[in-house]
Ligand binder design. Structure first.
Ligand code: GAF
Length: 380
């Protein structure tokens, strides 16, 4: 963090000739509740200690100059709809500016340099971290912090929908903005009520194993999953699958495609699993939490079909090593597994998983210990 901040500061001063203000927002993990957010269901995310950080200062013009330090690229754009930049990364920043303006907030010209340590394509929501970082900063710099956190998350989500082609739910931006150190958040994505759950098990640890196989949400298998769910909900006369039951789904089975049936079956099962995990956490029953994680993986792999060979292999390895819970995390099509592992098994599991994965796929997976951390913030 300190190195990232000083490198950003150096680059900013070199490029713009004066110092700016630092902001950061976090990537996220999700314990359970996958592909439930856009179905009006529950999710269980937390912010992590990997961030996108930006150094920013208003420049007194109507133009935005942004340097993406990790990519070695720079662009400049105006703040009107016609000014949409060509670079995909710049659309996140542009989208946040536009969504704040469309929501009645203020954005004027500014200079910025950003960089980060959220691994890209790992399912840790680097794009939500980027959106949330800029949304938080522009709220502070131009709106006297009058836009509340939950609205900043909606601004990030609308950016994905309107400028990046991903019809995502609210989970990633919500966790990135609202995350708190040491706490997971159970969010009801319909009512937007949420509750913080302290997460600091003595005998267990969360470990991410990154397959380093890249997924692309924008080529739209993600959007197609969402469309399946919306078709089934509409057929049931519901707004979302939140109120659907297995009995209702079985009642329309012959009217819908087998694929849509399986998508909805997964979502209905996942809703129950998130609630069961909330209760198990309150009892301190981490073995039950883990069992539910394996059940989620099975649903994501067989019914929702967002896993892949590499991720199924990692989950199988976890089971063989006696890991309490393991599943693919995030949107899918690659990225990480999240593993709930007893501390005494941790090192052996990591060594086995790393070695066997490399033997089979020819490259080493990356290992990230999970540190549940604060979400969007200004850095002094
Ligand atoms: C991606 C999306 F951005 C989230 O909204 C969520 O749907 C997730 O996939 C799956 O749970 O990260």
């Amino acid at each position: 963090m300190t190195t990232l901040k000083s490198e950003l500061g150096r680059r900013f001063t070199e490029r713009f000739g004066h110092p700016g203000t630092f902001y950061a927002s976090a990537g996220r993990i999700n314990l359970i509740g996958e592909h439930t957010d856009y179905n009006g269901g529950f999710v269980f995310p937390g912010a992590i200690d990997k961030v996108i950080m930006a150094d920013i200062a208003p420049n007194g013009t109507d133009r935005v100059n942004v340097v993406a330090m990790d990519l070695g690229e720079e662009t400049s754009f105006g703040l009107e709809e016609k000014d949409l930049p060509a670079q995909p990364w710049a659309r996140y920043v542009f989208g946040v500016c536009r969504e704040i303006i469309k929501a009645g907030g203020k954005v004027k010209g500014f200079d910025a340099v950003f960089a980060g340590n959220v691994p890209l394509g790992a399912g840790l929501s680097s794009s939500a971290a980027l959106e949330s970082c800029f949304a938080f900063a522009l709220n502070d710099l131009f709106n006297s912090n009058t836009i509340e956190g939950f609205r900043l998350a909606l601004i990030g989500q609308a950016t994905e929908h309107n400028y990046c082609g991903v019809n995502c739910g609210i989970m990633d931006q919500f966790a990135s903005v609202m995350g708190r150190r040491g706490q997971l958040i159970r969010l009801d994505c319909r009512s937007m009520e949420y509750e913080y759950f302290p997460f600091d098990p003595k005998d267990y640890e969360l470990v991410l194993i990154d397959s380093r196989v890249k997924h692309e949400l924008a080529d739209s298998p993600y959007n197609r999953r969402r469309e399946s769910c919306e078709r089934v909900a509409a057929r049931l006369g519901l707004d979302t699958l939140r109120d659907a039951t297995m009995e209702m789904l079985d009642g329309i089975r012959s009217d819908i495609s087998d694929e849509d049936y399986r998508r909805a079956r997964y979502v209905i099962g996942e809703k129950e699993r998130v609630l069961a995990v909330g209760e198990a956490l309150q009892r301190g029953d981490y073995e039950e939490v883990g069992r539910r994680m394996y059940a989620t993986h099975r649903g994501l792999s067989e019914d929702y079909e967002v896993s892949c060979d590499e991720l199924d292999f990692l989950v199988d390895l976890a089971r063989q090593c006696g890991v309490s819970g393991s599943r693919i995390m995030g949107g899918g099509f690659g990225g990480c597994t999240i593993n709930l592992v007893r501390r005494d098994l941790r090192d052996r599991f990591i060594a086995t998983a790393t070695g066997r994965f490399e033997e089979r796929y020819g490259h080493r997976p990356a290992i990230y210990p999970v540190v549940i951390s604060d979400g969007a913030r200004r850095l002094d």
